[in-house]
Ligand binder design. Structure first.
Ligand SMILES: [Zn+2]
Length: 94
């Protein structure tokens, strides 16, 4: 049996990430994009629709290299957060 390589947190906790995102009301987009950083076809996009008076949030996270970005709100006042602490945001201990 080979030695088990430690996985990066977003892979080790991939199922937990998906579960927590769903719990928070995020919906995963059907398409996966090419990550600008590692050029792998592994960037998932999640979006949360904002309620009344509340801005939504979009999160792009690469499941290969872990690059994560988030946009808050909508329209010209959108604020981008990069790098985005996906694990911290979801409260996953790594
Ligand atoms: Zn990547």
């Amino acid at each position: 049996m080979g030695k088990k390589f430690p996985l990066p947190p977003w892979l080790e906790h991939a199922a937990m990430v998906k579960k927590k995102m769903k719990e928070r009301g995020f919906k995963m987009a059907d398409r996966v994009q090419i990550c600008e950083k590692c050029e792998e076809y592994a960037e998932e996009t999640w979006s949360l629709k904002g309620g009344q008076g509340m801005g939504g949030r979009d999160i792009c996270a690469c499941m290969n290299c872990g690059r994560a970005r988030s946009w808050k709100g909508s329209g010209p006042s959108r604020i981008v957060e990069e790098p985005f602490d996906l694990m911290g945001f979801l409260g996953i201990r790594t």
